[in-house]
Design a protein around this ligand. Sequence first.
Ligand code: TRP
Length: 353
Amino acid sequence: MKKVILTGDRPTGRLHVGHYVGSLSERVKLQNSGNYDEIYIMIADAQALTDNAEHPEKVRQNIIQVALDYLACGIDPDKSTIFIQSMVPELTELTFYYMNLVTVARVQRNPTVKSEIQQRNFEASIPVGFFCYPISQAADITAFRATAVPVGEDQLPMLEQCKEIVHKFNTVYGETLTEPEIVLPSNKACLRLPGIDGKAKMSKSLGNCIYLSDEADEVKKKVMSMFTDPNHLRVQDPGNVDGNPVFIYLDAFCKPEYFPEFLPDYQNLDELKDHYKRGGLGDVKVKKFLNNVLQAELGPIRERRKMWEQRIPDVYDILREGSKVAEAKAAETLKDVKASMRINYFDDDNLIH
Ligand code: TRP
């Protein structure tokens, strides 16, 4: 069986370091591993519209921002097909058939949908399209016969629902669809990076993000203002590293070589943490180190982004070509799906009478 990756993001804003450690860096690793036959990276504009129906311009403008972020992180258009979801209408048709295989109660139980409904104050009036987006996501995944879906941890319920749809379809209509596996980052600190304010999640609406496109001085300002252990008032006080965003970011980003380079008094992160826990290590020193680490990690990404910003017409070409390739692949799957359902009426005269 071919090894295929399909993944994507809603274009509702620029991507941030939470996206990077949670999924983008993993995708680049998988891309460069040479272990995959096909890789599709989708800009999920249609899904973004399910809760932005009144702001299509926001979605439209962010398509190019997300494409730039992908290219900046090292998604290579020669190895990966980057495309726009709504340019592949086959996905909508697949969704329509899959909708019959899922109950309303099942969608209501999806924990990610549940919490998003709360966040958006949709309780009293959920748009039907929003409610159905997990089903459309199953269409995205299966249309490409994805075997691996590298995404953030919050997408786990979507993958579970997708697998159920695959089983149901294959049981009712015969073996047709491929079952996908989620790929999560192995580093626990990367699963859900908190915001710089210490809130559980980095999110645009909370205004607590460090963006991949932030300039060096913005990154520094944000790091120096980060929430730490609120009880670590004086340098000599013992501090807490658990749940302390500065240390969580270090867990996510720090590499051994950064110690000799930026903080040679310590051998490794454990030593730094021990000192903080004992007392006698100030937040400013740790933040300065984190800033150096982040600058080292984000600098090359920022530079590559700037380079692509100078080549916007090329980015459009990448998206246009990618969307064509993606549509051809999705059309093949749709054809198989319709054949399995025996609704490919004009392929076989016996199917109608
Ligand atoms: N739900 C994803 C997000 O919120 C975007 C997405 C849409 C996606 N379709 C997908 C991710 C299919 C993986 C596979 O960013």
